[in-house]
Structures are given as structure tokens and as C-alpha cells.
Design a protein around this ligand. Structure first.
Ligand code: ARG
Length: 470
């Protein structure tokens, strides 16, 4: 029985073996079903490697040219959907080498000179991840634009701000949405930082200990757009923290989206009635004819679990692994692919869903008025008259208890009673209880003052638009 390409389906793995690989082992070992999505990047990386081999005189220039032409043909076939990927091969790297050799003959057998799948797989995965990060950055910008446009439109829309999900102090919807934009801006910055560490070429480390051939990894790095090359060949093949770091970026982003999703679910519930999610992003019930469920928002809340799972899987995969490459590392791909795909789909849906939200400003204002949100402001008014904050707190707390016992809002209490209980004049009471005046007076930085919110949203929107146009 003669061996096929090492790792191919039938027969023995290589000349090293006397017996054939068991079918069960072959299936267990093969990553082709999922790493085939690396095909385009595998071809690019192999082209760069072959050109370098030729340029350095490691293989004859004629052979290098033949290999590059063959790989370009495979690129065209792949783009046309005609590169067969449903074949019994161990992984995408083996498949490409074998398909190349089938088409161009003996020269194809020289492609794997001075490289190993250990450095190759990391190079190809990093290339793929770099593209995924760039695509994700754009999707983040699109969601930020949707959030910021809503924030701008609602810079002065009064709503209750919550702590413990209990009405706390008045804020504006614009302020609330701008808070999510701040989170997303950090997610984007985190991703950009991660990209710098992803964009380092490991090809040239070979199996783990470099190579005696006069390779030029810098040339390969330049051709593939990597910023720099590995510093240590063992680290280059063993490292998976670039994948873990990305998975963390995705998990953190999806944690933020899960909070946004939950807000929308709460706001869209009947007791709140703050927002209506458009038909396009809602679904009904198979039994209850009246239902209109904010499924898109619920899925944003739920999907975070997958990303957290992927991060956990990657960290656990690496834990305790001795240097250098171990087959455990093949398990990085499905987790990485899933976390990138989940992040992308959540961002893709979140942007138009947020843009579609229709808010009920009347109900939001009423909720702020009913919930004693002005209490802190009343206490502050007393402080301005020289009362200590603690005593002011106690006085207003008693007033709230009184109002609550009668089922009244603070502004609905008889004026004389409120004056007596607090020691504030009618004008001072009115000022503290008029939400718009309170918000306009919020001069501290990053506050819900409508002027500040409008300015912050406009500034960020300009930045986002500029990045989207670039
Ligand atoms: N498919 C493998 C992976 O994903 C490629 C590297 C295999 N290297 C090896 N020595 N078996 O990690």
C-alpha cells in the first residue's frame, strides 16, 4: 500500500507507518470540515512563501513560478466555487498542497520546503482573523452610528435613570444611549489593540526550531501585510493568546450588546412601554395571537453566552500545554470562528434594530415624574440654603414617604405642606421639581444635560462618519 499525501484519507499516514490510519482516527483528526473557510488565506500565504523560496534561491525560480501559477489557478477555482473541499483530507493546508501537486506535478512537492503546518496554521489563522477584525470594526461603526443618531434625536427626551432598576434620578434617553456608544468605542479600541498583536507573522518558525534554509520572513510579512515577524520560533508556533485575546474582545463586545438587548426588552415590556421595536425585528407567538416579542433584542442578550463559552474553551485548551505545538491547538478554530461569526451577526442585526426603535417620550417622562426622581435635587436645594446633606436627605425622605402614602407624586403634594416639610420656597420647590430645569442645570462633565448630550453625540457622530467614509 503506497502512501498518498501525508494525512490523506485512505491508507497509511506516511512512509513512516506500516499500517493504515483507522477510519475513526481519520475522522477524529481531520479539521477540513471547518478549516476550509481558511482556504483563501491559505492560498495567499502559500503564494507568498513560494515567491520567497524562489527569490532566495531555496528552490529553482522556475519551480517557484510554476507553484505560484498553480496556486493562482486554485484561487480562481475557489472564487468560482470550483475548488473541491469535500474530499478526505486532514486539513486545508494538506488539501491545497495536494491539489497543487495534482495539477502542476513534481514542482508542487517543493512548496513545503522550510515551513511546517505549525507555523503555517498560525500564519493563515492570523491572516483570517485580521480580516475578521477589520470587518467587525466596520460593523461596530454602523451600530455606533445608529445609536448616536437616536441619541442626537433624543438629547432632551426625559426618562428615569435607574439604579437597582428602581427610579433614581432623571436623565435623558440621549444620555442613556450615548453610554452604550462609549462602551462600543472602547470595544473598537480594544479590537484595534488586539489587531496589532494578531498582525505578527509566525511563518518562518517552521516546526518549532527554525530552519537551516536562508529564508526571508520579512519579505513574506511585507507581501502579506504583517507589521512584524515573530521573535522566537517556539513562541511563534505555540502562541494562541492572539486567539484568546480576540475571543475576549468579542465576548466583551457581546456582553455590552447583551445589556443593550436587555434594556430594550425591559423598555418594550407593557409596564414600561417606553419603546416599540419595529415589526421587522419582532416576532409573534404560535399560540397567543396578540404577541409581539422583541426577539432580536432577546437574542442579543442570549448570544453573549456563546462568546463567553468560546473564550472559556480557548483558555482551557491552552492551559497547561507544554511548548510547543500540540494537536490540542487545532481546537482553536471552531471557537474562534464561532465567536467572530456571533459578534458579526449580533452587530449586523443590532444596527438596523436600534435605528428602527420608536420611543414614547410621554411615557418616559411620566415614569420619571411618578418615580420621585427629583428627590436628590430637592435635597441639593436644601444644601444650597446651608442645610447639611445628611439632614436634607432625611427631610426629603420623610416628604417622599408622605407623598407615597397618599399615592401622589412630589409635585402633586399641596404646596404649603411641601414648603413646611422642606423649608424651601415655592420657587425653589418648583425649580427642583421641574425636570427640564434640573437637567439643564447639570453642568458636571459627562452629565445628561441636553446641551452636553447633543454636543457629545454630534462629535462622536462626526468621528464615526469620517471613519465609515475612509
Ligand atoms: N490542522 C492543524 C491545526 O489546526 C494544522 C497543524 C498541524 N500540525 C501538526 N504537526 N500536526 O492545528
Amino acid at each position: 500500500m503506497s502512501p498518498r499525501t501525508p494525512g490523506a484519507g485512505a491508507g497509511k499516514w506516511s512512509e513512516r507507518f506500516a499500517g493504515a490510519t483507522s477510519e475513526l482516527m481519520f475522522q477524529f483528526n481531520s479539521s477540513l470540515s471547518y478549516d476550509q473557510r481558511l482556504a483563501a488565506h491559505e492560498l495567499r500565504a502559500s503564494i507568498a512563501h513560494a515567491r520567497m523560496l524562489g527569490r532566495q534561491g531555496i528552490i529553482p525560480k522556475k519551480d517557484a513560478a510554476k507553484i505560484v501559477a498553480g496556486l493562482r489557478l486554485l484561487e480562481r477555482l475557489r472564487a468560482a466555487g470550483r475548488l473541491r473541499l469535500d474530499v478526505p483530507e486532514e486539513d486545508i493546508h494538506t488539501l491545497v498542497e495536494k491539489e497543487l501537486t495534482r495539477r502542476i506535478g513534481a514542482a508542487g512537492k517543493k512548496l513545503h520546503t522550510a515551513r511546517s503546518r505549525n507555523d503555517q496554521v498560525n500564519a493563515v489563522t492570523r491572516l483570517w482573523l485580521r480580516d475578521a477584525i477589520d470587518a467587525q470594526q466596520r460593523l461596530i461603526l454602523l451600530l455606533r452610528r445608529a445609536l448616536l443618531r437616536q441619541a442626537q434625536a433624543h438629547a432632551a427626551t426625559v426618562m428615569p435613570g435607574y439604579t437597582h432598576l428602581q427610579v433614581a434620578q432623571p436623565t435623558t434617553l440621549g444620555h442613556h444611549l450615548h453610554a452604550y456608544d462609549c462602551m462600543l468605542a472602547r470595544d473598537a479600541a480594544r479590537l484595534a489593540d488586539c489587531r496589532r498583536r494578531v498582525n505578527v507573522l509566525p511563518l518562518g518558525a517552521a516546526a518549532l526550531a527554525g530552519t537551516g534554509f536562508a529564508i526571508d520572513p520579512r519579505m513574506v510579512a511585507k507581501e502579506l501585510g504583517f507589521d512584524s515577524i515573530f521573535a522566537n520560533s517556539m513562541d511563534a508556533v505555540a502562541d494562541r493568546d492572539y486567539a484568546i485575546e480576540y475571543a475576549h474582545c468579542a465576548a466583551q463586545l457581546l456582553l455590552h450588546l447583551s445589556r443593550l438587548g436587555e434594556e430594550i426588552v425591559i423598555w418594550a415590556s407593557q409596564p414600561f412601554g417606553f419603546v416599540r421595536v419595529a415589526d421587522a425585528f419582532s416576532t409573534g407567538s404560535s399560540i397567543m395571537p396578540q404577541k409581539r416579542n422583541p426577539d432580536a433584542a432577546e437574542l442579543l442578550r442570549g448570544k453573549a453566552g456563546r462568546a463567553l463559552g468560546a473564550l472559556q474553551a480557548l483558555m482551557t485548551m491552552v492551559k497547561g500545554q507544554p511548548l510547543t505545538y500540540n494537536k490540542d491547538n487545532q481546537e482553536d478554530k471552531e471557537a474562534l470562528f464561532d465567536s467572530a461569526a456571533t459578534a458579526a451577526s449580533c452587530l449586523q442585526v443590532a444596527a438596523p434594530m436600534v435605528a428602527s426603535l420608536e420611543f414614547d417620550a410621554g411615557r418616559m417622562r411620566a415614569a420619571a415624574e411618578q418615580g420621585y426622581a427629583a428627590a436628590t435635587e430637592l435635597a441639593d436645594a436644601l444644601v444650597r440654603k446651608g442645610v447639611s446633606f445628611r439632614s436634607a436627605h432625611a427631610r426629603v425622605a420623610r416628604l417622599v414617604r408622605l407623598a407615597e402614602s397618599r399615592g401622589l407624586a412630589l409635585a402633586e403634594l399641596p404646596a404649603a405642606e411641601a414648603r413646611r416639610a422642606t423649608g424651601l420656597t415655592a420657587a425653589e420647590l418648583r425649580a427642583a421639581l421641574t425636570i427640564d430645569r434640573v437637567l439643564a442645570g447639570r453642568r458636571s462633565p459627562g452629565s445628561p444635560q441636553p446641551k452636553q448630550v447633543a454636543r457629545a453625540a454630534a462629535r462622536e457622530l462626526r468621528r464615526v462618519e469620517k471613519l465609515l467614509a475612509a
